[in-house]
Design a protein around this ligand. Structure first.
Ligand SMILES: C[C@@](CO)(OP(=O)(O)O)[C@H](O)COP(=O)(O)OP(=O)(O)OC[C@H]1O[C@@H](n2ccc(N)nc2=O)[C@H](O)[C@@H]1O
Ligand SMILES: Nc1ncnc2c1ncn2[C@@H]1O[C@H](COP(=O)(O)OP(=O)(O)O)[C@@H](O)[C@H]1O
Length: 282
């Protein structure tokens, strides 16, 4: 996949939640989480054409997502409101990431808009300000703006960088889309996992607390996980539906993917340490 950055076209990488614990709930109903986020060298690609008339448009179709609701359009408008910027933009989204896959595609698209337009519109907003704006668009947006592998707390806005060993991942994309809100609203979801400290990451028992709920409601996800488990520890990312397993080498990952049943979609990707647009804000 082309992951270069150039003047008009910018990558929006996928994320994995290497684990995801639900440790509580805020008074407004949002869940308090602990997670480690890692970016992948696989994702969407966004193309920008600046406009002088202040209009923000999406020039590509995204089935089920009207332009006004698209996170790329909302991110650009939010940036205009926050800065008074009078420039506009046409945004074309080359979509590769599945929607409702737990790979954070919509959030990553939004973060790429914030980071790219911060430069293209010459706004020079500091990173923390872009993270704050991002949180208004979705709980997953701040980590993409943060731009490094991170231990996340709160609803995903309290971020500390983590150092992770090199790794390749096989990601299987079950043929179902899981709505994040449905899984967080499930009565059977456990919401009381004991909080861990960042220094305990290497010894703690890690899992995805949303996984059991999703597997019970979407058996296809459980089937994919069972198949991946033959290669070691397999886990779901975010609220699903995608599942992944980690490999020490690219070769091993490709060998595993080659054995995938033909009816399933899947890909191999390398874990990144930094977001490709990490340097677009200070
Ligand atoms: C679960 C995670 C893990 O990274 O990823 P995804 O599976 O979406 O990729 C995220 O926390 C998802 O973040 P994001 O996808 O931005 O969620 P949002 O749009 O903010 O929230 C969708 C809905 O899920 C519920 N929600 C979301 C996040 C959270 N910490 N607690 C919640 O209860 C809320 O009902 C909210 O209205
Ligand atoms: N640019 C976008 N790309 C994907 N989804 C978007 C976008 N804008 C808004 N959405 C909405 O966000 C929802 C979550 O999509 P996405 O972030 O890709 O998955 P997930 O949160 O499971 O990782 C979609 O179902 C869609 O309704």
């Amino acid at each position: 996949m082309d992951f270069t950055v150039n003047a008009k076209s910018y990558p929006a990488p996928a994320k994995l939640n290497l684990f995801l614990h639900v440790v509580g709930r805020r008074p407004d109903g949002y869940h308090l989480l602990q997670s480690v986020f890692r970016f992948l060298d696989y994702g969407d690609r966004l193309h920008f054409k600046l406009r002088q008339d202040g209009r923000v448009t999406r020039t590509t179709d995204l089935p089920g997502v009207p332009q006004e609701k698209d996170l790329v359009v909302r991110a650009a408008r939010l940036l205009q409101e926050a800065t008074g910027c009078t420039l506009g933009v046409d945004i074309a989204v080359e979509k590769h990431l599945p929607m409702g896959g737990g790979l954070g595609g919509g959030s990553s698209d939004a973060a790429t808009v914030l980071l790219a337009l911060n430069r293209l519109w010459h706004l020079a907003l500091p990173r923390v300000e872009l993270q704050r704006l991002g949180l208004q668009l979705g709980a997953d947006v701040p980590v993409f703006v943060f731009g490094e592998s991170a231990f996340a707390e709160g609803v995903g806005e309290l971020l500390q960088p983590v150092s992770l060993p090199p790794a390749w991942y096989v990601v299987i994309v079950p043929a179902v889309a899981v709505a994040t809100a449905e899984i967080f609203a499930a009565p059977e979801l456990t919401r009381d996992t004991t909080s861990i400290k960042m220094c305990d990451l290497s010894t703690a028992q890690l899992r995805n607390d949303l996984q059991a709920v999703v597997c019970a409601r979407y058996p296809e996800v459980a089937t994919c996980l069972n198949w991946l488990e033959q290669f070691g520890n397999a886990r779901m990312t975010g609220s699903g539906a995608c599942v992944f397993a980690e490999f020490a080498t690219q070769h091993e990952a490709h060998q595993a993917l080659a054995r995938k049943p033909a009816k399933w979609q899947g890909f191999v990707a390398q874990g990144l340490d930094r977001h490709p647009l990490r340097d677009y804000a200070d």
